[in-house]
Design a protein around this ligand. Structure first.
Ligand code: AMP
Length: 225
């Protein structure tokens, strides 16, 4: 099963995608993480991405579509994938459908995580992660069990994203409303859009997603019988 997690930056898409990856064996495809890896490698894409990402702007559609298309072709995506951060524009959504149908695949479900903007700013501006294993933390809502030590790998080094500064966060949120939310009617017309309360605690959000996926699976098996 292939699914899309849609929601503004900081809505918790990455956290939920990681849980779905563990629970269902689906691969998390985060375009933001992919671009950050290119920035760390310092290759051509990374050099282009560095300033665009730091200012909260979007990378060109054609480049993002190519990156995703190549990634989906890898064998680990056979069982299914979770798109996190893609599509982000209407042309990306159209291109995704064209590309998937050429590959004989489709998107089974789109989950929109609805959140309150001011709460998001609070969430994003306090978040950081382990510099070694990438585990996510928050200054107020999710601190490591031992202060300054990663729960997962024991590292004492943490980092913050360059684009998690308040001004950049505001411009990313504005971009989401203007450029990404016009995608929603496209998926609601296809009857695959489900909206959930992304402000609930992490476990409750996971339960809402589990319910939707069980419903989709039940419909798929009913259609086969
Ligand atoms: P994210 O980690 O999803 O918040 O993405 C971080 C940044 O990467 C965004 O602010 C954009 O600059 C860039 N980016 C990620 N995904 C896309 C995409 N699908 N299209 C264009 N730019 C993207």
């Amino acid at each position: 099963m292939n699914l899309i997690l849609l929601g503004p930056p900081g809505a918790g898409k990455g956290t939920q995608a990681k849980r779905l990856q563990l629970k269902y064996g689906l691969v998390q495809l985060s375009t933001g993480d992919m671009l950050r890896a290119h920035v760390a490698w310092g290759d051509d894409i990374g050099q282009q991405a560095k300033s665009i990402m730091a200012s909260g702007q979007l990378m060109p559609d054609d480049l993002m579509i190519r990156i995703i298309s190549e990634r989906i072709d890898r064998p680990d995506c056979k069982k299914g994938f979770i798109l996190d951060g893609f599509p982000r524009t209407v042309p990306q959504a159209w291109a995704l459908d064209r590309m998937l149908s050429e590959k004989g695949k489709n998107i089974a479900v789109v989950i929109e995580m609805k959140v309150d903007q001011e709460a998001l700013i609070d969430r994003i501006s306090g978040r950081y992660s382990c510099a070694k294993c990438g585990a996510g933390y928050h200054e107020r809502y999710q601190v490591p069990k031992i202060n300054g030590v990663c729960d997962i790998c024991g590292s004492k080094e943490f980092s913050r994203r360059a684009d998690d500064k308040i001004d950049t966060v505001r411009s990313r949120l504005e971009g989401y409303v203007k450029i990404t939310t016009p995608i929603l009617p496209y998926y609601s017309d296809k009857k695959i859009l489900h909206s959930i309360d992304g402000m609930a605690d992490i476990d409750t959000v996971s339960l809402q997603i589990d319910d939707i996926l069980s419903g989709v699976k039940a419909n798929e098996s009913a259609a086969l019988n």
